[in-house]
Design a protein around this ligand. Structure first.
Ligand code: A3D
Length: 320
């Protein structure tokens, strides 16, 4: 059986880490595309030279011509610019919309059968732009944010409770940004919901509220420390889990930015919701019942995404 092909569009901090992880996990052959001359080839060669040491079999290559992504089974998109300290994700919309549109058109030409995972910010809008530009069916175009946001939540909770990260599950809904909605009643330590753990005296409501806020600000905390860019190890690991679920038809239940057609009262937009990811891409969108307070937070988050989608629509109308 031929190896799968994973194309990484954008070979920067996240793209390079994606290539390493995809190689180490033997998910398939990897190609890196970037506009920076020599850089994707350089990273591919460096990683290929790590393969005998690490003991993985994967062909790695790269280039500045979109034809390198031809026939890819999975395309992960990080092309664009990341945040600098003091910038919000939304500040990136002007530059990154044009970049993602170009990438979408290239995917339409060279890899129309791929499963596409978008990481470029502002996430929920960029994945919408990608679907429009590529014309791929919405179930094969998703955005990575929820896996990362819930991983941050899980890590902070595991630290607070002094337990393994593996035994903490977390549930995050809504857009990727300051309005994301961490759902505490669906987040657990070994199946025990967080509100019960407060009742049991394992933590306090104040501490839990602080962790929720730290999760919302998780990206900004890292931007502030790094000074020259944004997080890349955990974002790459999160997208790899999504790619693996698709390639191996694992049917994992993961929070992803998915195209909604009426679920949660939202239409024609990408927002973070739990989905089943398998060989068919987004095979099912899981719609849970929200309390009035949760629904209000979710709607606020959706409004924030909608405002940005409208900005893009206006930009495009201005160009027409
Ligand atoms: P960085 O290391 O700058 O890599 C981006 C790469 O894109 C660079 O190598 C650029 O040369 C390349 N690039 C720029 N324009 C184009 C183009 N037109 N075509 C192809 N490649 C191009 O950034 P990064 O890897 O740290 O981050 C990439 C993106 O991910 C940014 O938009 C971040 O904001 C975003 N990000 C999202 C999350 C989410 O959770 C959604 C988390 C972290 C970062």
């Amino acid at each position: 059986m031929a190896r799968k092909k994973i194309a990484l569009v954008g070979a920067g901090q996240i793209g390079g880490t994606l290539a390493l992880l995809a190689g180490q996990k033997e998910m398939g052959d990897v190609v890196l595309f970037d506009i920076a001359e020599g850089m994707p080839e350089g990273k591919a060669l460096d990683l290929a030279q790590a393969s005998p040491v690490e003991g993985f079999n994967a062909k790695l290559g790269g280039g500045n011509d979109y034809s390198v992504i031809a026939g890819a089974d999975v395309v992960i998109v990080t092309a664009g610019v990341p945040r600098k300290p003091g910038m919000s994700r939304d500040d990136l919309i002007g530059i990154n919309t044009g970049v993602v549109k170009t990438v979408g058109e290239a995917i339409k030409t060279y890899a129309p059968n791929a499963f596409v995972i978008v990481i470029t910010n502002p996430l929920d809008v960029m994945v919408w732009v990608m679907q429009q530009a590529s014309g791929l069916p919405p179930e094969r175009v998703v955005g990575m944010a929820g896996v990362l946001d819930s991983a941050r939540f899980r890590y902070f909770l595991a630290e607070e409770f002094g337990v393994s990260v593996e035994d903490v599950t977390a549930f995050v809904l809504g857009g990727h940004g300051d309005t994301m909605v961490p759902l505490v009643r669906y987040s657990t330590v070994a199946g025990i919901p967080l509100p019960d753990l407060v009742k049991m005296g394992w933590t306090t409501q104040e501490k839990l509220d602080a962790i929720v806020q730290r999760t919302r600000d998780g990206g900004a905390e890292i931007v502030k420390l790094l000074k020259t860019g944004s997080a890349f190890y955990a974002p790459a690991a999160s997208a790899i889990v999504m790619a693996e679920s698709y390639l191996k038809d694992q049917k994992r239940v993961l929070p992803c930015a998915a195209y909604l057609t009426g679920q949660y009262g939202v239409s024609d937009m990408y927002v973070g919701v739990p989905v089943v990811l398998g060989a068919g891409g987004v095979e099912k969108i899981i719609e849970i019942e929200l309390s009035a307070e949760e629904k209000a937070m979710f709607d606020h988050s959706v409004d924030a995404v909608k405002t940005l989608v409208d900005v893009v629509k206006k930009q495009e109308a201005g160009k027409a």
